[in-house]
Write a new protein. Structure first.
Length: 241
């Protein structure tokens, strides 16, 4: 650590938004490395539809590997992997990444996502497809967090990023809606992009899974275009209810 960096740390100390302690090594100026590394990742068995971790032997004799929230409904998504629960340090890091312009946190967050995937999840995958934002929202924010995450994941896995979908009209922010409104909000908001190419196995990339309605809508469009298998990778999984 250089003299200038030490001086800046002394004059402008960083304080972790989770534990409140001052720190030198961490995620930008919002989270110390110890708190970020303390996030408990989901471990198998996990629900195939939302990625939440459940106690061992939860799926014994089950027809579908689903949690109680997801139930036995028919879904377009084939499998979802989430890093962990959307709370505490993970929520703080994501909020800084998505809403505070800290694009550089994408590399650290992508590492977390990769930590909970298994080799079989990647077998035969032809593309990583970030969930698109509306052009108006992306211009307003300046970047699409899902695109940044997909780019980092592509660098680490060698799987190319492709953009088979586009968002054709703006939707209300999901966080401002009730669960019932969230389920309806993304309907009809996505369609195939002009430069989409035939693919058979795709992984969608997004930041957070709540009701899963956005990812389901994207998967529906892809499945109806002929894609055989659609998975999803997300950073956090919020409480459903």
């Amino acid at each position: 650590m250089g003299y200038l960096t030490k001086s800046l740390n002394f004059l402008f100390p960083k304080y972790c938004e989770h534990c409140g302690d001052s720190f030198q090594e961490g995620l930008s100026n919002v989270l110390c490395r110890a708190c970020f590394n303390s996030v408990t990742p989901y471990e198998d068995p996990v629900c195939d539809h939302c990625g939440v971790s459940l106690p061992a032997r939860s799926f014994e004799d089950a027809i579908e590997t689903r949690c109680r929230d997801c139930g036995e409904e028919t879904y377009y998504l084939d499998r979802v992997r989430a890093y962990g629960a959307y709370e505490g340090p993970l929520r703080i890091a994501h909020h800084a990444f998505k809403f505070e312009g800290m694009e550089s946190l994408g590399a650290d967050l992508a590492e977390k996502i990769l930590a909970t995937t298994i080799p079989a999840f990647w077998q035969g995958v032809e593309a990583l497809a970030p969930v698109p934002m509306s052009p108006e929202r992306e211009r307003e924010r300046g970047y699409n967090p899902a695109v940044l995450l997909a780019g980092e994941l592509s660098t680490k896995t060698g799987i190319p990023v492709k953009f088979p979908l586009k968002k054709i009209h703006s939707t209300k922010p999901q966080m401002s809606l009730t669960r019932e409104e969230r389920l309806k909000n993304p309907r009809g908001a996505y369609k195939l992009s002009e430069d989409s190419t035939p693919l058979t196995k795709i992984i969608l990339v997004d930041d957070v899974f709540t009701t899963g309605s956005t990812l389901e809508e994207c998967a529906k469009v892809l499945k109806k275009s002929g894609v055989g298998w659609v998975g999803a990778l997300v950073l956090g999984r919020t409480a459903r209810y």
